[in-house]
Design a protein around this ligand. Sequence first.
Ligand SMILES: Cc1cc2nc3c(=O)[nH]c(=O)nc-3n(C[C@H](O)[C@H](O)[C@H](O)COP(=O)(O)O)c2cc1C
Length: 198
Amino acid sequence: MTEHEEKVMIGKMPACALPVAIVGSMVNGKANFNTLGCFGLLSAVKPMVYIMSGKSHYTNVGIRESGYFSVNIPSEELVAKTDYVGLVSGRDTDKSGVFSSLFGAADKAPMIKECPVNILCKVLKSEELSNSPVSDIVSEVFIGEVLEVYVSKDCLTDGRPDLRKINPLLLGGNPLMYWTLGSQAGLAYKDGKGLIQK
Ligand SMILES: Cc1cc2nc3c(=O)[nH]c(=O)nc-3n(C[C@H](O)[C@H](O)[C@H](O)COP(=O)(O)O)c2cc1C
């Protein structure tokens, strides 16, 4: 093992903040929702996202059947409901009434009215991943093409999404905790310009 004077090797779990997402799909004619920390943007040019959800999760049944899913970004006030839909499975408990459902142009996946941001996706590709060599837990990665993005009108400033108003949740820490954003730290693609050698 490499020793570094100012670093401690803590294992393999990346110590970083993850965006919290609630994924929605229609299962047997009912909306179902599932909380995920494993969600991210793959491309901003042709917007695509990935989600990784346990293959046995009820939400996955609907994604596999319909080929569509929604990703919903909860705000701080939704922390308890966000945690709840990540604790119980739609297989045992009807979660369709936890949130109000909205549907976009493709009437295939429920989006959550109460969440300030909703992303409607069409599955482009899916892949099974074995999470661990010592367990038989299998996850599915779904890559979704973003079809539509909705933002609550009260979360816009000058017509643009305003992160302070959206007030998204982040996941991190040990034990795992929900966090909110701090303040703006800089401007992307601008603050580094002064360091470019002429
Ligand atoms: C904070 C939090 C984050 C979670 N992240 C994931 C994740 O990234 N992938 C996953 O498969 N399950 C994750 N889960 C667990 C699922 O949300 C949970 O198993 C849920 O009950 C599945 O619901 P379903 O069977 O109705 O789809 C997370 C749960 C919580 C509370």
